[in-house]
Design a protein around this ligand. Structure first.
Ligand code: KG4
Length: 340
């Protein structure tokens, strides 16, 4: 009999539900929350309320697009954390209630594991291209920047991670500070394509090993822009393309330095990227170019799997299900990775 998993994702500002059958994607529905745009960042309380409104229609839509009845589901996978507690609570409570009503197991999933395994979702109209184990995953999002050695779908080693801000945070905060909009990643990515990446230079962090730091470069951009605005109030408007191109290049350089080091140290040449920042066109080009130069096999997620989505939660849940893992109904969501 087929294993049909419903995935539920509600860790931040996207409410998503997906259905997979034996690892093959049947549907993936995402309701994004525009309400946060006016505030230049996600407002947790508003996010929780929007999840409350979205969760029932999003799950219904995912089931109907998949052509699957709730009674046919084998298990429900949900994001337990890390993320915003109020948002996670909506998805977790919904999964528990539905699991109880249908008398089927629920399976908790670590959101970051979902990002790592997003590339393992099989799609009927696409060739199946998956990294072989062990591989390295550069996991870059609004909350994390990590180099992860993936030994199997359920076995990970974090080789390096940020000691302060995440790279997505650097994109978002700097865009906000320059008045360019939110979320900053896509805005900076778009402007960077029009600018000269060599025009401005930013300080590089000196962090030992495979760890990252992005707070220094953020401050470096902040002071630089402040000094230039003092001389010319229109500095940002006149130079935003070059600022974005140079800043984005600096961030990518930092990410690539450590990734190259990790590949060298481990001898692993299967390299994947995941998380919201893996949508960045500059980063995608660099990974492919470095891969060609260094003999890596590189794996880039499809754009729809870079940001938060339930398909990645469903596939991660599927692997846990196959391994016999089941989650108790008294599970509570957790906001921090360390509590997982
Ligand atoms: O993975 P994600 O959707 O949420 C978290 O779990 O954090 O990542 C969101 C992050 C935001 O910081 C956003 O600015 C960034 O991903 N992002 C990008 C791009 N698209 C989204 N960063 C750089 N370039 C992009 N094209």
């Amino acid at each position: 009999m087929a294993d049909i998993i419903l995935g539920i994702e509600s860790s931040c500002d996207d409410t998503s539900a997906a259905v997979i059958r034996d690892g093959w994607l049947l549907s993936n529905v995402i309701a994004s929350q525009d309400v946060h745009k006016a505030y230049g960042g996600v407002v947790p309380e508003l996010a929780s309320r929007a999840h409350e409104q979205n969760i029932v229609p999003v799950v219904s839509e995912a089931l109907s697009r998949a052509g699957v009845k709730a009674s046919e589901l084998t298990a429900i996978a949900f994001t337990r954390g890390p993320g915003l507690l109020g948002s996670l609570l909506v998805g977790t409570s919904f999964a528990k209630a539905l699991g109880l009503a249908l008398n089927i197991p629920i399976i908790m999933v670590n959101h970051l594991q979902g990002h790592i395994l997003a590339g393992f979702v099989k799609q009927a109209d696409k060739p199946v291209v998956q990294p072989s184990f062990p591989y390295l995953c550069l996991l870059v999002s609004g909350g994390n920047s990590q180099i992860v050695k993936v030994n199997s779908p359920l076995e990970f080693e974090i080789l390096g991670q940020t000691i302060d801000d995440a790279v997505g945070e650097a994109f978002d905060k700097c865009s906000k500070m320059m008045g360019l909009g939110y979320p900053g990643g896509p805005v900076i990515d778009r402007l960077a394509k029009l600018g000269n990446p060599e025009r401005f230079k930013f300080a590089k962090p000196r962090v030992p090993g495979l760890d990252y730091s992005f707070s220094g470069i953020k401050t470096s951009l902040l002071y630089f822009v402040r000094d230039e605005i003092a001389k010319d109030p229109d500095f940002i408007e006149k130079n935003k393309e070059d600022i974005c191109a140079s800043f984005q290049k600096a961030l990518i350089d930092i990410l690539m330095d450590k990734l190259v080091k990790a590949a060298r140290q481990t001898g692993i040449r299967e390299i994947a990227i995941g998380g919201g920042v893996s949508a960045n066109s500059g980063l995608r080009e660099r990974i492919v170019a470095e891969g060609r130069r260094r003999g890596w096999k590189t794996y880039l997620p499809e754009f729809k799997f870079t940001t938060d989505n339930a398909a990645m939660i469903a596939i991660a849940g599927y692997y846990h299900y196959l391994a016999g893992e089941r989650t108790s109904l008294d599970v509570a969501p957790v906001s921090r990775m360390a509590d997982f």
